[in-house]
Ligand binder design. Sequence first.
Ligand SMILES: [Zn+2]
Ligand SMILES: [Zn+2]
Length: 142
Amino acid sequence: MKIDIRNIPPEGLFREENIPPEELDPETEMVSLSGPVAVKARIFRIGDILDINAAVSAVLKLNCSRCLCDYSLPLAKAFRCDHRIESGEEEADLTPYVRDELMIDYPVKPLCNDNCKGLCRGCGADLNKGGCSCGATKEKTL
Ligand SMILES: [Zn+2]
Ligand SMILES: [Zn+2]
């Protein structure tokens, strides 16, 4: 998401853009995006600083750390940040700021549900779908 620094009107610049997941590339072992990230941003220039007010929404594709199922999590947030304009810089890229904001909100231990029962340690059955037959998880502490 590139902003032409030379053409920012005094009343601010409004930009709306969908950033494709491959441009953000926030993928970790556990997380990825299930579609583009919608960004709405208003940018003001104050001297050498770009004052960026943005709202982002995305759908995270997650993998539950207990039962290993795939699930999606809608994420919407607003943030504000500053970009310092280097001398000679004509274009500012907002994508890294968006990436940072998404990374902050990535769950470290994703859970499909707060009450997810996980998998049986004995037989690997998904305990959310009922009990298992091996009996290894009568009293399960996670
Ligand atoms: Zn789960
Ligand atoms: Zn079992």
